[in-house]
Design a protein around this ligand. Structure first.
Ligand SMILES: NC(=O)c1ccc[n+]([C@@H]2O[C@H](COP(=O)([O-])OP(=O)(O)OC[C@H]3O[C@@H](n4cnc5c(N)ncnc54)[C@H](O)[C@@H]3O)[C@@H](O)[C@H]2O)c1
Length: 241
């Protein structure tokens, strides 16, 4: 288990499957998690719409006041919209790009000054669909390609500081949870689609949120001090072929 003792870690999308698992794993590793999602409430410390710049600025000022620094940021908020290039309307495209790419941009941008105070690490939730294409998730694939490349740019900038700010993209294949359920339920035969997703994965199963969270915690920890600018697949072998 990686060690996050005394580290303050901000997590977006913390009411979701992966964000929630990250919060749990951060705490298990001895860290202090600040859990955010659209609405505050059970398990969520702060309401933050990742597309709203003013909210990020407010939160940065609060963290500065309370902790004086930030050690880690996990951008896990995200949405998917099923649709090929022909079936995706412009409004859906904008919604997906706004949450997945603008939200990640705003998080990296407005938390950077706090992260570079003592050095830190950013983990952005990209996807295998940022590495390989998908005919029926046009907007989502584009957004995750953007997240992966943005992460490399942030990593190269963060490497200029001493101590550095590292930044990596985690690229899961399909993971058990509401996002896959929603994608499948938007099709004619949800069970068949979920089964097909599993068939595409050499290890023949979907991922578990806790498995993705474990990789995030490792990347946040000092054990990953020489890893930055990487796209790390956690995909049961999907991108190996
Ligand atoms: N589940 C998968 O199969 C899978 C695979 C690869 C990558 N990912 C990525 O991992 C991340 C987490 O996915 P998940 O499975 O936990 O999804 P999820 O649907 O369980 O959770 C996503 C969370 O994001 C929040 N959210 C949506 N819009 C928001 C906004 N504007 N501001 C703040 N929060 C917002 C939702 O309220 C929700 O709690 C996403 O970026 C997703 O694209 C997921």
């Amino acid at each position: 288990m990686a060690d996050l003792k005394e580290k303050v870690i901000l997590v977006t999308g913390a009411a979701g499957a992966i964000g929630g698992a990250v919060v749990t794993a951060v705490k298990q590793a001895g860290g202090r998690a600040i859990a955010t999602d659209l609405a505050a409430g059970k398990g969520i410390d702060v309401a933050l719409d990742v597309t709203a710049e003013a909210g990020w600025l407010r939160l940065a000022a609060d963290i500065e006041r309370q902790h004086g620094r930030l050690d880690g940021l996990v951008n896990a908020a995200g949405i998917a919209a099923v649709g090929s290039i022909e079936k995706t309307d412009f409004a859906a495209w904008r919604r997906v790009l706004s949450v997945n790419l603008d939200g990640t941009f705003l998080g990296c941008k407005h938390m950077f000054a706090l992260l570079r105070k003592k050095g830190g690490a950013i983990v952005n939730l990209s996807s295998v669909l940022g590495m390989v294409g998908s005919a029926n998730l046009a907007a989502y694939s584009a957004s995750k390609g953007g997240v992966s490349m943005l992460s490399k740019s942030v990593a190269l900038h963060g490497a200029r500081y001493q101590p550095p700010v590292r930044c990596n993209a985690v690229c899961p294949a399909f993971v058990e949870g509401p996002m896959v359920d929603d994608i499948a339920s938007g099709t004619r035969d949800a069970q068949a689609v979920k089964h097909k997703l599993t068939l595409d994965i050499p290890l023949a199963r979907l991922g578990q949120p806790a498995e993705v969270a474990g990789l995030c915690v490792y990347l946040l920890s000092d054990a990953a001090a020489f890893i930055t600018g990487a796209d790390l697949p956690i995909d049961g072998g999907l991108t190996a072929r």
